[in-house]
Design a protein around this ligand. Structure first.
Ligand code: PDD
Length: 280
């Protein structure tokens, strides 16, 4: 694989980052995941905008102009022959001289890393046909989930808790309401209405979420942006989640209770088709 580190394209085994990098020592970094379908980037502009916002919220310098970032994405897709897959981007506050909680001086260059993940068949995932099972867990993350930081230990633990329970993912719950999945935004459908949590600092403002809600409204589907409970989700007609890596993914079971018929529902199935058609 050809990867990108601080201005250079290198074979992955030659790419290195300092042990004093703030991303490594303090999870002091942000990231984006952009999907590639038919060799083309999906929603690059949205990901670039959210990246700039995440950096701004953490007072981190943006080391790369958006048009240059686009060029790096395109070059990595080309160099690695990606037809379907993902591009991972991470920017950290860079390598300080030593370990210190205080940020390093302003002139410390940020670290920027990009790599591709080849995922043939990403759009044709068999899981989209069967749907996936989730458990609910307490949301123990920090209170700025709108910033896409690399601080992902709790979501990783959640994923392991789900696997231990024979499920695929965990939906996190705070004050009785679902916030989001470990790495996706959560939705239910009741009486034809699509319900998903409103935007705030409590959840990541998903780029796929924005696109899916726009397509749903254009297709005259009713959308309500509000918090919902686990009980409401178990009693819903359908459930699904969205992310750049899974697009629209039906959820058919929550904490052992079948949702609707226990199979992917018509709304989730249609939204997945619309999303894959319209965003390509
Ligand atoms: N995760 N919520 C969380 C907590 C996420 O980590 C993600 C994305 C989303 C969906 O956002 P988007 O539609 O912009 O991908 C929601 C990425 C895919 C990841 O961590 O791999």
């Amino acid at each position: 694989r050809t990867v990108y580190v601080n201005g250079k394209y290198l074979p992955e085994n030659e790419a290195t980052v300092s042990i004093f990098d703030r991303g490594f020592l303090f999870a002091d970094g942000v990231y984006e995941v952009t999907s590639v379908l038919d060799g083309k980037l999906i929603d690059f502009d949205g990901h670039a905008r959210r990246l700039a916002r995440s950096l701004g919220e953490l007072g981190m310098r943006n080391p790369i102009a958006t048009e240059d970032l686009l060029e790096v994405h395109r070059e990595l897709v080309r160099a690695n022959g990606i037809v379907e897959g993902l591009i991972y981007l991470q920017i950290t506050r860079g390598a300080a001289a030593d370990r210190d909680f205080a940020y390093p001086s302003e002139d410390t260059p940020p670290t920027i890393v990009l790599f591709t993940q080849n995922k043939p068949g990403l759009a044709d995932s068999p899981m989209a046909k069967t749907g996936i099972k989730v458990i609910s867990i307490e949301d123990q993350r920090w209170a700025r989930r709108d910033i896409k930081t690399v601080q992902l230990l709790y979501p990783s633990m959640g994923k392991m808790m789900a696997k231990a329970a024979g499920c695929d993912d965990a939906w996190m719950v705070e004050d009785g309401a679902v916030t989001e999945g470990t790495s996706n935004n959560a939705y239910i459908v009741k009486g034809g209405k699509i319900i998903t949590r409103h935007l705030s600092n409590d959840i990541l403002h998903g780029i796929t979420r924005a696109a899916v809600l726009r397509f749903a409204r254009e297709a005259q589907m009713e959308v309500e942006e509000r918090a919902f409970t686990v009980a409401e989700a178990q009693d819903a007609d359908e459930a699904f989640f969205t992310s750049a890596s899974a697009f629209v993914m039906p959820v058919v079971e929550l904490d052992g209770a079948a949702i609707g018929t226990g199979a992917p529902g018509p709304v989730a199935t249609r939204l997945r088709e619309i999303y894959l058609d319209e965003s390509r």
